[in-house]
Design a protein. Structure first.
Length: 320
């Protein structure tokens, strides 16, 4: 058990108690498996169990953004951990959520239908009411009405700037500039509606409860093209054909998705340190790359405001 004096457990106790509207004392603290960024714990007391993420205080805003995204997903009627409270103390930041025990097997068709339900929640514009994070990387969400402009300004351009800062190299920087210049033609004619996205949907951020109910977590939510979520599920694998069939039955895709997913997946490839450089060259046409995907051929550019507690919305992992 972690030393209670070495971590902000007393402050976490008080925050949970304030949210519950009564007393609460942590009786047991157990480290549990979570993500690769934060430490994760299951805490128990008064017959209740919660999932706690803990990290340096500089992650306080990331925890606030995560809670905000979870609340939006829950409000759309999709199962996710219910955020309880967040705060900071003793140089540490935390996020407390409903503890959901994950099982092994589940119905991927139901998960696909749930994703379609999430995407049925629509926004007035692309973006989000705040910036947030994908992993530990800032994700910018200034609202806009044109999807191609939004994706260029808030996704691709910042990622290329970050890559340049990290030593992208002159040739690849030129490829990035070419990609930015030709992006409007690549997305010409594609007019997606602003759908509520999970934003970081790989197999590690989805699972099933012990009763088989699908659940998603660790979002980087915003309103965008629904194909963003689907593209990422294909990039990293782990989702069977039944998942995609169920999604398409509920929400058929626009023509040309097969080509656009290659473009969209440049961002998660860069985030995960996959072969971003090769893909950038292909996408920009630096190697005269031509990609045919589906029915379209492409040439060239192939707390909550910080506070100790907040009201949870209806519906809730043992994951970080």
């Amino acid at each position: 058990m972690p030393e209670r004096d070495a971590e902000p457990w007393k402050a976490i106790e008080a925050a949970i108690a304030a949210t519950r509207g009564g007393t609460f004392r942590i009786e047991h603290i157990e480290p549990v498996a979570g993500g690769c960024i934060h430490r994760a714990f299951a805490v128990a007391g008064h017959g209740e169990r919660y999932f706690v993420k803990l990290n340096d205080v500089r992650y306080a805003d990331a925890f606030a953004a995560e809670a905000d995204g979870l609340a939006a997903i829950l409000a759309a009627g999709v199962r996710a951990p219910r955020p309880l409270c967040a705060g900071e103390d003793r140089g540490r930041a935390w996020l407390v959520m409903e503890f959901l025990a994950l099982g092994g097997a589940g119905d991927y068709a139901q998960l696909g239908a749930q994703l379609a339900r999430l995407h049925s929640a629509r926004g007035e514009s692309f973006g989000w009411h705040r910036d947030n994070y994908i992993g530990a990387t800032p994700q910018y969400n200034r609202a806009g009405g044109d999807w191609a402009q939004f994706w260029e300004r808030e996704r691709l351009a910042p990622q290329l700037a970050l890559a340049a800062k990290n030593g992208l190299g002159k040739g690849l920087a030129q490829a990035g500039e070419k990609l930015l210049a030709t992006l409007p033609s690549l997305l010409a004619g594609h007019r997606p509606v602003p759908c509520l996205l999970h934003g970081d949907l790989w197999s590690g951020n989805a699972g099933f409860l012990t009763d088989g109910t699908p659940v998603v977590f660790d979002p980087a939510a915003y309103y965008g093209d629904c194909e963003i979520d689907l593209a990422m599920t294909e990039l990293f694998g782990g989702f069977p054909p039944t998942f995609y069939r169920a999604y398409r039955d509920a929400a058929p895709l626009d023509a040309g998705y097969g080509a656009r997913k290659t473009l969209y997946n440049l961002i998660p490839r860069a985030q995960s340190r996959q072969p971003f450089r090769r893909r950038l060259r292909e996408a920009s046409g630096a190697d005269d790359a031509r990609a045919s995907r589906g029915d379209q051929k492409v040439t060239g550019v192939t707390l909550f405001p910080r506070r100790a507690a907040f009201a949870a919305r209806p519906t809730g992992t043992s994951r970080a």
